[in-house]
Design a protein around this ligand. Structure first.
Ligand code: UDP
Length: 327
């Protein structure tokens, strides 16, 4: 298939590009390089520097590519994803994450493209009270990031209905790790997620780290999350694309492992390699105690399950950072 990957130079997008190329698809990447890098894009993919919120630019790239052959599907990874930043800059989040999706959908309609694969998030569920999240649970985001993704999900649903399109919406749980080649991974200075922060602390790139609260109603008092390796997550996109194109159907699917680990368990796992210097601090605003995906639907519809464990996630992130950040 011919696939357009918007945001294909970023952390998750570049892994999806690799899985698509390895599965034999023709891949075109559009990215504004705001967080991604050109060298993260597999050389078999065609690259355009472009911004999803620039309507004319997107239209022109789609028109140029359509002359060579229409896209079978478009994948969207071009979102802003930092929760605290979304609280301080909601206008930017709605502009990039929702207006960007509206422009992408409009451009797809103008070029007769019928299939869209969209990256959403477990943040659409909000402050979850249940042990395991299923896709039909109540959607009650508690921050602008989650709201912007839910607004996009709804926009996609209505546009797909009006213009006879298919969509696959993936709700990601906690994505981490790096590709086994160690060529691509999460390469950023202002990291906020627990696994890279713990690994950087173990590698002495940071002097110490803080556990945000150990008084949650969980066995060891720290929050529980469902961690998924980025390569497992990326491969699900290939399956999701084939599902909506071949079955001519739409679906909304959680991507997680159905297993949860606490913040302390993550630190213990990293400590198997190097000691981690940490202290206990107050809770971080907006953190639910426990977030675990039901991955039944991914298994039933796509035949997808995770292949990599928390150990693999941590080991690849560690090896990636040793290679790129300590030399
Ligand atoms: N966390 C922490 N210290 C940090 C970063 C994160 O204790 O320096 C905790 C955070 O409070 C949450 C869990 O780790 O309970 C996962 O947070 P992360 O930001 O990685 O992902 P989120 O679940 O918020 O998307």
């Amino acid at each position: 298939m011919k696939v357009c990957v918007i945001g294909g130079a970023g952390y998750i997008g570049s892994h999806a590009v690799l899985e698509l190329v390895n599965d034999g698809h023709e891949v075109v990447v559009i990215d504004n390089l705001s967080t991604g890098t050109r060298d993260a894009v597999d050389e078999k993919a065609r690259f355009y520097l472009g911004d999803i919120t620039n309507e004319k630019q997107l239209f022109d790239i789609f028109s140029e590519e359509t002359l060579l052959g229409r896209f079978d599907a478009v994948m969207h990874f071009a979102a802003k994803i930092v929760v605290p930043e979304s609280v301080s800059h909601p206008l930017e989040y709605y502009h990039n994450n929702v207006e960007g999706v509206r422009i992408m959908l409009k451009t797809m309609v103008q070029h007769g493209i019928k299939n869209v694969i969209f990256s959403s998030t477990a943040a659409v569920y909000g402050d979850v009270k249940k042990d395991i999240c299923t896709e039909d649970d109540e959607l009650k985001p508690i921050n602008p990031y989650g709201e912007s993704k839910l607004a996009s999900e709804r926009l996609i649903h209505w546009v797909a209905q009006a213009y006879d399109m298919n969509y696959c919406i993936f709700r990601y749980f906690n994505v981490a790790g790096a590709h086994e080649s160690l060529k691509i991974g999460l390469k950023r200075d202002n990291l906020t997620h627990i696994i890279p922060i713990t690994v950087q602390t173990a590698l002495k790139i940071r002097s110490s780290m803080v556990i945000f609260g150990d008084d949650y109603p969980t066995p060891d008092g720290t929050c529980i999350r469902d961690y998924i390796h980025v390569a497992d997550l990326a491969f699900a996109h290939v399956l999701g694309m084939k599902y909506i194109v071949n079955e001519n159907k739409s679906a909304t699917i959680n991507l997680g492992s159905s297993t949860g680990y606490s913040v302390k368990q993550v630190i213990d796992e990293v400590s198997q390699y190097f000691p981690v210097n940490y202290s206990i601090g107050p809770r971080r605003e907006g953190d639910p105690a426990k977030l675990i995906a039901s991955s039944e639907r991914a298994k039933n519809l796509l035949g997808w399950t995770v292949k990599r464990t928390l150990k693999d996630i941590i080991k690849t992130d560690l090896d990636f950072r040793i290679k790129h950040e300590t030399r």
